[in-house]
Design a protein around this ligand. Structure first.
Ligand SMILES: [Zn+2]
Length: 189
């Protein structure tokens, strides 16, 4: 995340250091910088040393990145939306080693897809929940987990224009990694 200022510059985006976060609308006083700080602290109510809590780290990183694509490289959208899709739609029990496998898969995928760009939803229309909501509105670890889950889902839904394309990536990834256990969510629209 330290590199977000450089990434914004590369994307030709001016960052504002006052008021609400210009990308997600979080109720900050130092703009996106504060939003990134809150996110980087990782919502301290959750004990990430417990393996069962790793999921909330993955969900937070995906949600924040996809809410702030202007401060990341363009291929990050593919990675984080694919991971959300694999977690939400295919119910994959995500673990760290799967993230490296997904990166590997996407590195090969993008070689002949240099023109493929996932146009993000409009600024401030990438889910209502923001970093400051999670910090202010959760008092227990369980509440925080629930909010992160909702946050992830809202952001995921806001990117629905790309779900079809991402599903092809998800299927390709699953076919390449035959040992992954998954259960397709059949009720999802
Ligand atoms: Zn923000």
């Amino acid at each position: 995340m330290q590199d977000y200022i450089g990434a914004a510059e590369k994307n030709g985006i001016t960052l504002y250091g006052e008021g609400k976060c210009q990308f997600c609308g979080a109720n900050t006083t130092r703009g996106v910088h504060e939003c990134v700080e809150i996110f980087s602290l990782g919502f301290e109510l959750i004990d990430y040393s417990k393996p069962e809590n790793h999921l909330y780290r993955f969900l937070s990183v995906d949600a924040h990145t996809l809410q702030h694509p202007e401060i990341h490289g363009r291929w990050n959208n593919h990675f984080h939306l694919s991971r959300q899709h694999l977690i939400f739609e295919y119910k994959i029990h995500w673990q760290y080693d799967l993230s490296s496998k997904l990166s590997e898969y996407l590195n090969k995928y993008k070689v002949d897809k240099q023109d493929e760009f996932l146009q993000p939803p409009k600024i401030l229309e990438r889910g209502q929940i923001t970093t400051t909501d999670i910090r202010s509105n959760s008092k227990t670890s369980a509440e925080c987990q629930e909010m992160i889950q909702k946050w992830g889902m809202e952001v995921y839904i806001s990117w629905k224009a790309h779900h079809e394309l991402i599903d092809k990536i998800a299927q390709g990834f699953i076919n390449k990694n035959v040992n992954i256990k998954y259960k397709r969510n059949q009720t999802w629209p």
